[in-house]
Write a protein that binds this ligand. Structure first.
Ligand SMILES: Cc1cc2nc3c(=O)[nH]c(=O)nc-3n(C[C@H](O)[C@H](O)[C@H](O)COP(=O)(O)O)c2cc1C
Length: 293
């Protein structure tokens, strides 16, 4: 999850909640108990079972369970003379959400530091131009924008796709590398040093609206670009096709980044894109000032 203005990491809320949970989990025996409960399929683990499995005395296990219960991480249920322990699913989900919020906040800072270290934070005027059908490419693009403060241009097809037409008309058009007419008409990029262009992969090709966007670029001759795609696991030729279309428009593609599902799902997918673009060093030793009129 990328924090937006609304739910940006509020340390005063997150820190006390997370500190208690980390403290409860920060003990090898308690963590072992959590792992045992997490892998148990019977739902009938009691103190004596956990004591035997962890090789710790029953009174000590009881004390550890009390700590885990007081943090809400573990629940118990009585069945006759026995008390069984299970993981509190909701509390675990909440813990993960809080941790991811903190993680996204930390990554935002790290990304800014990455930019600062690259020495390009003030120099580069960048924009990210993307098409997104189901929101994944948008999330990556927005994460990149959050990390860099660059401009964001979302491409919209004049004739939008539906869940059905994406797989019929959309796939047929992407196979032909067709250019969809886009709402923007023209995209003036003359004021930018770096164009970051992103598309979902459709049938191993770029989605037709992004082809339309490449056609609609104005002032792109001589610009430097990084292209990225998001997909499940089969990027096909989407980025090489997109690169060729950009080369035909006089754009020099210096970084080609394919993000597969596992990567796009990460909370800091936009930061990962930034890191890979910086690693590709699209400007090399070139002085940016030389590129400016
Ligand atoms: C019409 C269509 C065709 C797709 N074809 C591919 C494909 O060839 N390979 C692949 O790995 N994923 C494919 N996908 C999955 C998307 O590329 C992937 O989910 C992408 O991240 C979606 O980005 P978006 O949410 O920004 O639209 C396809 C999705 C759609 C809707």
């Amino acid at each position: 999850m990328e924090p937006n203005e609304k739910d940006r990491c509020d340390l005063s809320v997150i820190v006390p909640a997370l500190a208690g949970t980390f403290k409860a989990l920060g003990d090898p025996t308690r963590l072992s108990i959590i792992c045992l409960l997490a892998t148990d399929t019977t739902g009938t683990l009691g103190v004596s079972d956990l004591a035997a499995l962890t090789n710790v005395s029953q009174p000590a296990v009881s004390q550890h369970l009390k700590t885990l219960k007081s943090e809400g991480l573990v629940e118990s249920r009585r069945d006759g003379l026995y008390i069984y322990y299970t993981i509190n699913r909701e509390r675990m989900v909440g813990f993960r959400e809080q941790y991811e919020l903190m993680y996204a906040g930390i990554m935002e800072k790290c990304n800014r530091e990455l930019l600062r270290k690259s020495g390009r934070d003030r120099d580069i005027r960048a924009c990210v131009i993307f098409y997104s059908f189901s929101g994944i490419t948008r999330r990556v693009a927005e994460g990149f924008r959050n990390a860099t403060g660059c401009d964001l241009i979302e491409v919209r097809a004049k004739k939008p796709y539906t869940a059905l037409s994406a797989y019929t008309r959309g796939v047929a058009r992407s196979r032909k590398m067709a250019c969809d007419p886009i709402e923007q008409g023209e995209i003036d990029v003359s004021g930018y040093d770096l164009l970051v262009i992103g598309t979902p992969v459709w049938a191993g090709r770029a989605a037709p609206p992004i082809n339309g966007a490449v056609k609609a670029l104005r002032g792109c001759e001589g610009k430097i670009a990084a292209v990225f795609s998001t997909c499940l696991n089969a990027p096909g030729e989407a980025l090489s096709n997109l690169g060729s279309a950009l080369a035909d428009r006089g754009v020099s593609v210096r970084a080609t980044i394919s993000l597969e599902q596992e990567e796009t799902r990460r909370p800091d997918a936009g930061g990962e894109l930034l890191k890979r673009i910086i690693d590709a060093d699209p400007f090399g030793d070139q002085d940016l000032e030389e590129k400016r009129p």
